[in-house]
Design a binder for this molecule. Sequence first.
Ligand SMILES: Nc1ncnc2c1ncn2[C@@H]1O[C@H](COP(=O)(O)OP(=O)(O)O)[C@@H](O)[C@H]1O
Ligand SMILES: [Mg+2]
Length: 237
Amino acid sequence: MSDGRLQAIGLCRYYHRGPQTVKAVDEVDLTIAPGEFLGIVGASGSGKSTLLNLLAGLDTPTAGEIRYENTPLRALSRQELASYRAHKVGMIFQSFNLIQHHTALKNVEMALYFNDTPHRERRCLAEKTLTRLGLGDRMHHRPADLSGGEQQRVAIARALVKEPEILFADEPTGNLDHDNTGQIAELLTDLHRRGLTVVMVTHDLELARQCTSRIVNMHYGRLQSENEPPQPRKASS
Ligand SMILES: Nc1ncnc2c1ncn2[C@@H]1O[C@H](COP(=O)(O)OP(=O)(O)O)[C@@H](O)[C@H]1O
Ligand SMILES: [Mg+2]
């Protein structure tokens, strides 16, 4: 079945710190429908990044499973899992994660090294994607010579150049000022309107309300829908 649906079922990711077990993601059930713009909000340390990394196939659950188009990710071979990461999903990070000594163009091109794109097409696709994101005249700049907003757009281009089906964004505006936050929010909204499934983690509830079609709340590793009353919680790291 090719329906683009991504599901977490009883998903858990525990970390062990000495005698202590941190339940970063705890019994999470979640279905992400193709074409939706899901917001995941929650305090720092509530497990948002851990959940996103699991959904993107970058980390392995302690228990439970993730299904993409009804196939459990754990049933995939190493190669198939690599293909899931390289073709189906794109990830953008709060800290951009760009390679500092490469130009914007090279950073975007590199995303295509892992997904069988012929060498001669990589540059052309990277140029097209950067131009589409308004960076046509910044392609040959290194990250240090770009503003925060521009660096985040390069990071978005790097995720989009693979033409993923699902775009994961982990606090994509966390390091940006108000104007750049607005620009990135508009960009993600536009991508969603064109049919991309977007999952955005943010601690900014206002932003999530502005652009997403559904919001879920993470609280100590567990998911609640937005309408459930928040539980009182201790301050966390
Ligand atoms: N690699 C790790 N080793 C140990 N604990 C971790 C690791 N990554 C995250 N954690 C812990 O898991 C919990 C959730 O972290 P995280 O998913 O980064 O939360 P968020 O993204 O919501 O801030 C936190 O208590 C964090 O300290
Ligand atoms: Mg995080």
